[in-house]
Design a binder for this molecule. Structure first.
Ligand SMILES: [Fe+2]
Ligand SMILES: [Fe+2]
Length: 268
């Protein structure tokens, strides 16, 4: 199921498969069936549509969020993040299938992959109602980098994807919601609120399984987190942080604040 999603290129089709497979998994679990995990080789890079054109972040044109074009660009960027997130959650399921994990680990990432597919669809709906569509603008090419860098390291994957990248989403989403509130664009406001509410659980899944892996290895989660972020995510973490939502997701301040000191002050 994971490789099927990862091998599907078109965005809406990928999202549809993600939702269908998640429903199949959940139905089996609810019925008390023991689903064999299986093995499958996920592709190094997931299949992606011909558009959007993927550019280096510095080549993606910056637009002011005060304009309708700027707001479309913002939603387009979120849609791109959500599509990457669909792949990231299925990838963690298939990539590390040889590491024994409790079934709840798979329940969580299947649920997260289902949420991301819903989020991608919400962003596409908003774009289409604003006379645009996913693929209309260029997008960042570097988003799969975190997956490539941590392809052999489940601990590293958990530290970087949910606990750094998705946690960053919690920091920036309230500001995005405010932009669309100010513009009176209620569909985008509602959609971003749904995303914001559901992303907390993805960060929480990350923290939960990261702590589980550390406990199994008898290592200190905070120390391991700092070492892995320094290894895979150069440049430190960018404040300000959403301390309230991070706490709700099980990310304590002593995990991220020491890494913020490594973020260059002139970029803040
Ligand atoms: Fe999402
Ligand atoms: Fe997420």
């Amino acid at each position: 199921m994971a490789v099927d999603v990862l091998s599907t290129a078109e965005g809406r089709a990928k999202a549809a498969k993600s939702r269908t497979h998640a429903a199949t998994w959940k139905a089996a679990r609810d019925a008390g069936e023991n689903i064999p995990l299986g093995t499958a080789a996920p592709p190094d890079h997931p299949a992606r549509p011909a558009r959007p054109e993927l550019l280096s972040p510095r080549d993606v044109p910056k637009r002011k969020p005060g304009s309708p074009a700027g707001r479309i660009a913002l939603l387009h960027a979120v849609a791109h993040i959500e599509l990457n997130a669909v792949d990231l959650h299925w990838d963690i399921i298939a990539r590390f299938a040889d590491t024994p994990m409790p079934t709840g680990f798979y329940d969580d990432w299947v649920k997260a992959a289902d949420d991301e597919a819903k989020h991608f669809n919400l962003m596409c709906d908003c774009l289409e109602n604003m006379e645009s569509f996913y693929g209309d603008l260029p997008a960042h090419h570097g988003m799969w980098r975190a997956a490539t860098d941590t392809a052999d390291d489940l601990h590293g994957r958990l530290a970087i994807v949910p606990m750094v990248l998705e946690a960053r989403g919690l920091d920036v989403t309230p500001g995005m919601i405010a932009i669309f509130e100010k513009a009176g664009e209620s569909e985008a406001v509602e959609s971003l609120r749904t995303i914001y509410a559901e992303e907390v659980s993805h960060v929480a899944y990350g923290a939960k399984w990261f702590n589980f892996c550390c406990g199994r290895a008898d290592s200190d989660p905070k120390e391991v987190f700092h070492a892995l972020v320094r290894q895979y995510f150069k440049g430190g973490l960018k404040p300000p942080f959403n301390e309230e939502k991070r706490a709700e997701a099980g990310l304590p301040p002593d995990f991220y604040w020491p890494l913020a000191e490594e973020y260059p002050a002139y970029l803040r």
